[in-house]
Design a binder for this molecule. Structure first.
Ligand SMILES: [Zn+2]
Length: 249
């Protein structure tokens, strides 16, 4: 790997977080064999992402590649290339300065909400107020394998916190890796809750008043450290996360 890859502590910490988040999302059965997580580096115009075929269950900080905003590999283990859908990450990071971290995955039950006429994913659980401004559905189910396709997806995402890709999967964006992990958990939990509720009868999405009340009371800055510590603890207890990775909030 590039000698400068671990040259600063901020990058070392981000590498540990991306590898840790990837292993946790895999442990939770959200990521699957081909999902990927990225984070913007402090320089702003580069990001970390895992190699194309590295096992999500065994990803380590030193496996990560550094890529530029055109999706080109700049540094990383010799012979490794980024995932073919790297353009999801490069184009969203380019379009959204407020976003630092992105997860793309193919969660079957959540994707189901792109397959049925008249049925859309909506916030039904309290933590889904994060997506109260809408969960757009990108109409093109193609593999996002070039810059133009990545730009199109970034346009569909717009200013939202997540986007569904029809008959394909989902993208969740956040300000930090702990925030990203928790958002992925809440996003898929909301889909599972809506799915079960629809089996029982007419779904009652959160009302405007309920959304506003929860937003008023909810403190993301307090919620994220608690849940991050919980999932890191579960990962360590399960032997999924090495003890020496920097995963304190
Ligand atoms: Zn995909």
């Amino acid at each position: 790997m590039n000698d400068s890859a671990h040259s600063n502590s901020a990058e070392t910490r981000l590498r540990d977080q991306v590898a840790g988040c990837t292993r946790l999302l895999n442990m939770l059965d959200l990521l699957g064999y081909s999902g990927h997580v990225s984070t913007r580096l402090p320089e702003g115009d580069r990001f970390l992402i895992q190699p194309f075929d590295q096992s999500r269950a065994e990803l380590a900080p030193e496996h990560l590649l550094v890529c530029d905003m055109d999706g080109n590999r700049l540094a990383g283990p010799e012979g490794e290339r980024p995932p073919s859908e790297v353009y999801i990450h490069s184009e969203i990071l380019r379009a959204r300065p407020d976003v630092n971290c992105i997860a793309h995955f193919h969660h079957d039950l959540t994707t189901t909400f792109t397959l049925v006429e008249g049925v859309r994913l909506v916030p039904v659980k309290n933590h889904a107020v994060r997506w109260a401004d809408g969960i757009p559905v990108h109409p093109d189910p193609s593999h996002v394998s070039d810059q133009a396709l990545g730009r199109g997806l970034a346009e569909t995402l717009g200013s939202h916190g997540a986007v569904q890709i029809r008959a394909h999967g989902q993208v969740v964006v956040a300000e930090s890796i702990p925030g990203l992990l928790i958002d992925c958990v809440h996003f898929t939990e909301n889909a599972e809750a809506q799915y079960r509720a629809q089996l029982l009868g007419k779904v009652l999405p959160l009302t405007e008043a309920e959304i506003e009340a929860f937003k008023h009371d909810f403190k993301r800055a307090r919620h994220l450290p608690k849940l991050w510590a919980y999932y890191v603890g579960r990962g360590r207890a399960a032997g999924v996360l090495p003890a020496d990775w920097q995963l304190e909030f």
